[in-house]
Design a protein around this ligand. Structure first.
Ligand code: PEP
Length: 253
């Protein structure tokens, strides 16, 4: 059975003390997370050691990195590899967030390498895909997202693809306050699953968690997460507010 996941993306926000206080407050308001659910906090890399200390003993709660380099090690000043994160205790890494694609020029070909690097050490890539506004307005979002999946993921074996979490994040909904309607989210999530199914078979496609991201908040999480192909959310702004993210976690099915 695929996992239902609430993943926070704190991006480049919060001082060290603020991050620690927010995590303390979020963990304090968490009820038990059952084994079919996961709560993941993608924190700025520098705060990973303290965050790992804070979640110790909390079942089904994980810390993630927001990006990694595609190589295992070498002369890449300022970069951090998937191996390094794993050696520090972090086994979830967000790959290909639209902000990385847009501001750092990350292409599907590069993201395929990053996905490989993460899977090579048995960690979990949280692979982001999603279309810009012009593509949605042209009605070609399915083909756009399908190409992202084919280019960055479809070289993987069936065993490998089941280790990937997919986050569908329409760029026009990220940080804008505009959310896809639950019908729009369900439609494209079902399409993503059908594309996975035609490549890997329905059994494999059914095992892959597909998260929705784009202005998820307490007020819309229940409706979004109740869609059959929406397996939780990747949450930016609302994950910085304890009451909001707690409600989003509680909305997991
Ligand atoms: C994100 O950062 O992945 C995101 C979806 O942000 P927001 O929830 O703020 O739209």
């Amino acid at each position: 059975m695929r996992k239902q996941i609430a993943a926070a993306n704190w991006k480049m926000n919060l001082s060290q003390q603020e991050a620690s206080d927010l995590l303390t407050s979020l963990l304090g308001s968490l009820s038990n997370i059952n084994d079919n659910q996961q709560v993941i906090f993608s924190v700025p890399s520098i705060y990973i050691p303290q965050a790992l200390g804070q979640i110790q003993g909390k079942a089904n709660v994980f810390i993630a990195a927001q990006n990694c380099h595609q190589k295992a090690n070498g002369a890449f000043t300022g970069e951090i590899s998937a191996n390094m994160f794993a050696s520090a205790g972090v086994k979830h890494i967000v790959i290909g967030h639209s902000e990385r694609r847009e501001y750092f020029g990350e292409t599907d070909a590069l993201l395929a390498e990053k996905v490989n690097a993460v899977l090579e050490i048995s960690s979990t890539p949280i692979f982001c895909c999603g279309e810009p506004l012009a593509i949605r307005e042209a009605g070609t979002q399915n083909a756009f997202v399908e190409a992202q999946l084919i280019n960055a993921l479809f070289h993987l074996t069936a065993d490998q693809i089941t280790q990937v979490v997919i986050a569908y994040e329409p760029i026009w909904a990220i940080g804008t306050g505009k959310t896809a309607t639950s019908a729009q989210a369900q439609e494209i999530h079902a399409y993503i699953r059908s594309v996975l199914s035609s490549k890997y078979g329905q059994d494999i496609a059914n095992q892959i968690s597909i998260l929705y991201g784009g202005s998820v908040k307490a007020a819309n999480a229940i409706e979004l997460f109740s869609q059959p192909d929406v397996d939780g959310g990747l949450v930016g702004g609302a994950s910085l507010i304890t009451s909001e993210f707690t409600a989003i976690i509680n909305a997991l099915q």
